[in-house]
Write a protein that binds this ligand. Structure first.
Ligand code: SAM
Length: 171
């Protein structure tokens, strides 16, 4: 299942509903752990954020593996892959107003790598797009937390497009 929201209350409600006991959750954009603390008592969380505030705050969140890094970078995905090769739930909140194209790319790369049962995304632009698009009746639905059309594409070797799109990622 893929759930999409903008209001952080809905994002948290969706996660609390979908995360099961002892599930593995990868949380992208944990900030200071507001949502992490709500879900971590019942599951195993690997949380990632690139903000300096997250570093100190996440130290105090018990039983959570925190990685300080940019989720657009391949080596950050590779560090999480060393910890876990799959997850039950992928949570993505890079900020509700974050560019939707980047959020979608992050969803595609991370979900096709970890093949979650469920993905929960917080992003206004994606919600607006999906809510506003009128869909054809072709059979293009997934019950999983990733796009089934990419099921066999394996782990993306490099996030090449990000280097092209985002100058700050260029070395
Ligand atoms: C709205 S906050 C997340 C709030 C959190 N999910 C919660 O429920 O309390 C968005 C977070 O995404 C992080 N973020 C944005 N872009 C990122 C990126 N490319 N890599 C890692 N973290 C990123 C920001 O540093 C920020 O902490």
């Amino acid at each position: 299942m893929i759930r999409l929201s903008y209001d952080v209350k809905n994002y948290r409600r969706d996660l609390l509903e979908l995360v099961g006991r002892d599930d593995t959750v990868i949380e992208l954009g944990c900030h200071v752990g507001g949502t992490t603390k709500m879900i971590s008592p019942k599951c195993n969380v690997v949380a990632v954020d690139n903000s300096p505030e997250a570093v100190d705050s996440m130290k105090s969140v018990e039983d959570v593996k925190f990685i300080s890094g940019d989720v657009r970078r391949h080596e950050v995905l590779a560090s999480v892959f060393k910890i876990t090769q799959s997850c039950d739930v992928l949570a993505i909140d890079l900020g509700g107003g974050y560019h939707p194209d980047t959020v979608f790319k992050v969803f595609y790369i991370w979900s096709s790598t970890f093949k979650p049962k469920h993905t929960v995304i917080r992003n206004r632009g994606l919600l607006e797009f999906v809510s506003s698009a009128s869909l054809s009746d072709e059979d293009c639905l997934t019950d999983e937390g990733y796009l089934e059309s990419y099921h066999d594409s394996g782990i993306p070797p490099l996030i090449k497009e990000f280097e092209l799109w985002t100058p700050e990622l260029k070395k």
